[in-house]
Design a protein. Structure first.
Length: 184
């Protein structure tokens, strides 16, 4: 048994995903309208988490070409990362968190994110064993990917607004890659 204080914490920010097979790792994130999908293969002892801002594709004019903010991209990366570490698709199970409506005057992107995640997992044949989505406040999530244990803490209104500010930061388009190679 691993003591909670002994766990190694890895924080996942918007646009990231992480796959681990270390039972001492707990993955954490803070969500407003964003969604985190937590997947694991309980037999292979591997699991992971992603954190996405929008459900769609990076080819929209607003994206700035940054595919890492989009659910479709991060869901594929997470699943493929699990498979590379020995997971089998038919044994994967999921937990989904986030998707709050954090700003009353905006369209409900949080709801769209949650719907996307649930539909994506359904289409992939991955059962969702637990979810906590929607509402008006953000969440702090802790996920132990090997055991599948998850814990969430509701954020206060002020904490939620700080999370919203982070989620709305501008997209920086990636710089073009110079294809020259310099040998030393």
């Amino acid at each position: 048994m691993i003591l909670e204080g002994a766990a190694r914490r890895v924080h996942i920010i918007q646009g990231e995903y992480k796959v681990v097979n270390d039972p001492e790792v707990v993955l954490t994130t803070i969500l407003g309208s964003c969604v985190a999908a937590c997947l694991r293969d309980p037999i292979a002892g591997v699991g992971g988490m992603n954190h996405f801002l929008l459900p769609g594709m990076a080819n929209s004019p607003m994206s700035g070409g940054d595919a890492t903010r989009y659910g479709v991209h991060l869901m594929e990366l997470l699943i493929n990362g699990l498979l590379k570490k020995g997971a089998r698709r038919d044994r994967l199970e999921a937990k989904v968190f986030g998707g709050a409506k954090t700003i009353a005057t905006f369209s409900n992107v949080g709801e769209q994110n949650a719907i996307f995640a649930m539909q994506f997992l359904k289409d992939e044949g991955i059962p969702v064993v637990s979810s906590s989505t929607g509402g008006e406040h953000g969440r702090k999530i802790e996920y132990w990917p090997i055991s599948g244990r998850a814990r969430q803490y509701p954020l206060t209104g002020a904490e939620t607004q700080k999370t919203v500010a982070l989620e709305q930061r501008p997209v920086v388009a990636p710089k073009p890659v110079d294809d020259t190679i310099e040998f030393f």
